[in-house]
Design a protein around this ligand. Structure first.
Ligand SMILES: [Zn+2]
Ligand SMILES: [Zn+2]
Length: 387
């Protein structure tokens, strides 16, 4: 028996909370009504809360009956700029914004655990429930850490959980170390010399140079990075020219880098600069490259990941907890919390059925069946670590 059973009164409440959040999605750092709603639920449960972390973040604290470890459990609360295509009663009321990453479900599972543990605080230690804004590209976790989250709430460990479509509902994936990749964005401008397309000998054509560059960049992962290291270099955007009879002056190109090891990231960037400089030099052009550093890699603390896996196994059995799945090349700002405090971040299967399409898809919907299981995972984790 898991702590919160399916169709229990708490499950029904959680579905209500989840649907409300789904109907009122908000973008990074603008989660004002979501934050109010979560705060209202927490206050109705008699929690003392701290608001205003990274603008809309909330931390609720619960003490157990005895002394013990202090841990933090984190859920993200923001949504994405996607027009929802689902025809469901709880469809987004905010046109062009939707909970396509299931953060409505994450916030709800954490609220469910908070509700249950408030009634059954038979653990030793302290739990901080963190509701974090702006995971989707804006680094709300970074802001909370920089605001002194772990100075104010001194923690022995911090834990996160993300739903994962494609993994059956009722199953978990726990990585010992690497879970999600680091991300950096690059922006390149090539300066050529425009002119008449019928007189190319009088120009320095940035389009021909750009075409060579895209191919040459692909050799970096293939030929400069060890095949045993993970790395991605994707050019995702090229812009140059408007007319069919004009060679333009400039070409811009942008894309994304993904990797786990910071040394690999360094090498990618060093090689990109060199390849760009030399291709342009050979063709008589000049260029600039700029990198925007994104989230670092999300790396679990192995011993704590093992504890998470044993909690998950106690809920769903050994065969439903996957320990050898490859990490994702997607990124996650929980990495900033893991860089500040040891901990672990796991995946809970969102299922394959209706709404089982991948994260960030306009047909995605968080699976309500998971709510009791995810909340029970949090509850058992607290009872295990704060034993
Ligand atoms: Zn997402
Ligand atoms: Zn997400």
């Amino acid at each position: 028996m898991i702590e919160i059973s399916a169709n229990s009164a708490l499950h029904q409440n959680m579905i209500r909370w989840r649907h409300w959040l789904h109907q009122h999605p908000e973008l990074a750092f603008q989660e004002f009504t979501s934050s109010d709603y979560i705060a209202d639920v927490l206050e109705s449960l008699d929690f003392e809360i701290q608001r205003g972390w990274a603008t809309t973040g909330i931390v609720a604290t619960l003490k157990g009956t005895g002394e013990g470890a202090t841990i933090a459990l984190r859920a993200d609360i923001d949504a994405l700029p996607i027009l929802e295509q689902n025809q469901i009663p709880h469809k987004s009321l905010h046109k062009g914004i939707m909970h396509a990453c299931g953060h409505d479900g994450h916030a709800t599972m954490l609220l469910g655990a908070a509700a249950y543990l408030k009634q059954h605080n038979d653990f030793n230690g302290t739990v901080h429930f963190i509701f974090q804004p702006a995971e989707e590209g804006f680094g709300g976790a970074k802001v909370m850490v920089e605001e002194g989250l772990f100075d104010r709430f001194c923690c022995d460990a911090v834990y996160g959980m993300h739903n994962w479509p494609g993994v059956p509902a009722g199953e978990f994936v726990v990585h010992d170390s690497e879970v999600m990749a680091a991300i950096d964005t690059f922006y390149i401008t090539i300066h050529g010399k425009g002119g008449h397309a019928a007189m190319p000998e009088q120009t320095i054509d940035p389009i021909v140079i750009g075409a060579q560059l895209v191919n040459a960049l692909q050799t970096i992962v293939a030929r400069n990075i060890s095949p045993l290291e993970a790395a991605v270099l994707s050019v995702t955007n090229i812009n140059a020219g408007k007319a069919t009879n004009v060679i333009p002056n400039h070409l811009t190109l942008a894309g994304t880098l993904r990797y786990f090891d910071p040394m690999v990231g360094k090498k990618l960037k060093k090689r990109m600069k060199k390849v760009l400089k030399n291709i342009c030099k050979s063709m008589g052009a000049t260029a600039e490259i700029r990198f925007e550093l994104g989230y670092p890699a999300t790396i679990n603390t192995p011993e704590l990941a093992q504890q998470c896996a044993s909690v998950a196994r106690s809920l769903v059995g050994d065969n439903a907890v996957h320990r050898n799945r490859p990490p994702s090349m997607g990124a996650e700002d929980f990495s900033y919390m893991l860089n500040a405090c040891q901990g672990a971040y796991i995946w809970i299967g969102n299922g394959e059925g209706q709404g089982g399409c991948m994260l960030h898809n306009s047909h995605y919907d968080f699976n309500d069946e998971l709510l009791p299981l995810g909340a029970s995972y949090w509850i058992r984790l607290v009872r295990k670590i704060c034993a």
